[in-house]
Design a binder for this molecule. Structure first.
Ligand code: GDD
Ligand code: MN
Length: 241
């Protein structure tokens, strides 16, 4: 397939992102249009109590149903299954995963695409932990948790990628489908399992340094429960890979 025919489906899972959604979608449309790239944004809202879905519907009116696709679910079913759900409804041959809270800036997408084309990679992963990458706005606790999670996982799993828990990534759709078939985790550990399984299956991974900026509006959904399930997931991966 020539690059002119490539289509990029952005999967945007949302839970209480009413204030962030208009800006992230505006930026996505702006950058894709600027670079004349064929795209769609798939919003997977899990019945957010703040009315995110109503905002998404308004944005769909503004930008069109072919570019903003809504695939809501009945309840908060977790990030991993939100991606699976979104992928099933995607029409692109490439899939981008990113957060909706502006921590992942759409300006990096052009670099992801360029990197993918350069090395014909199966996956391009944004990295906070190499090159010019970094994290801005997190308190020490969050930094230690993230670094620690990465560090322990690096030692146990040796996955050959510098940012295991980050979720700003570009996948070939057939590769993503295959990985989702073999991945068992549902919560935050999902990002790490994806990249570990990718290596097992000998997929190629390119990296692009990104700056991750903490959200201004709303709250992180990463709580104590998620940390416990991350550790469980990590150990399961260690035992089974
Ligand atoms: N549909 C849906 N369902 N969306 C969800 C759910 C859910 O159960 N939980 C979270 N989200 C959405 C949020 O609305 C946001 O767009 C994105 O998923 C990330 O959630 P945050 O709550 O903002 O995550 P974070 O900032 O704490 O964590 C980020 O950093 C982690 C560690 O590096 C994310 O990038 C994680 O994926 C990453 O593992
Ligand atoms: Mn966030």
């Amino acid at each position: 397939m020539s690059s002119q025919e490539d289509k990029y489906s952005v999967l945007l899972p949302t839970y209480n992102e009413r204030e962030n959604l208009p800006l992230i979608i505006w930026l996505l449309v702006k950058y894709f249009e600027q670079d004349k790239i064929n795209f769609e944004v798939i919003v997977i809202d899990d019945n957010s109590p703040d009315g995110t879905l109503d905002v998404a519907k308004q944005l769909q009116e503004v930008y069109g149903k072919d570019r903003i696709v809504l695939r809501p679910r009945e309840a908060k079913l977790g990030l991993g299954t939100a991606y699976i759900h979104g992928m099933k409804h995607s029409t692109g041959n490439f899939i981008l995963l990113m957060d909706a809270d502006l921590s992942h800036h759409p300006k990096f997408i052009a670099e992801f695409i360029q990197k993918q084309r350069e090395g014909d990679y199966d996956i391009v992963s944004g990295t906070r932990y190499a090159g010019d990458g970094g994290v801005y706005g997190w308190d020490l606790r969050r930094k230690v948790i993230s670094r620690g999670a990465n560090y322990v996982a690096q030692i146990l799993l040796r996955p050959g990628a510098s940012d295991l828990t980050g979720s700003f990534r570009l996948y070939r759709k057939d590769v993503l489908r295959k990985l989702m078939d073999v991945c068992v985790s549902k919560g935050y550990v999902f990002q790490m399992e994806m990249i570990v399984r990718a290596r097992q299956l000998s997929y190629s991974v390119g990296e692009v340094p990104i700056s991750f900026v903490d959200r201004v509006y709303g709250e992180s959904k990463l709580g104590g429960n998620e940390i416990v399930s991350y550790l469980k997931g990590l150990l399961t991966l260690f035992a089974t890979t």
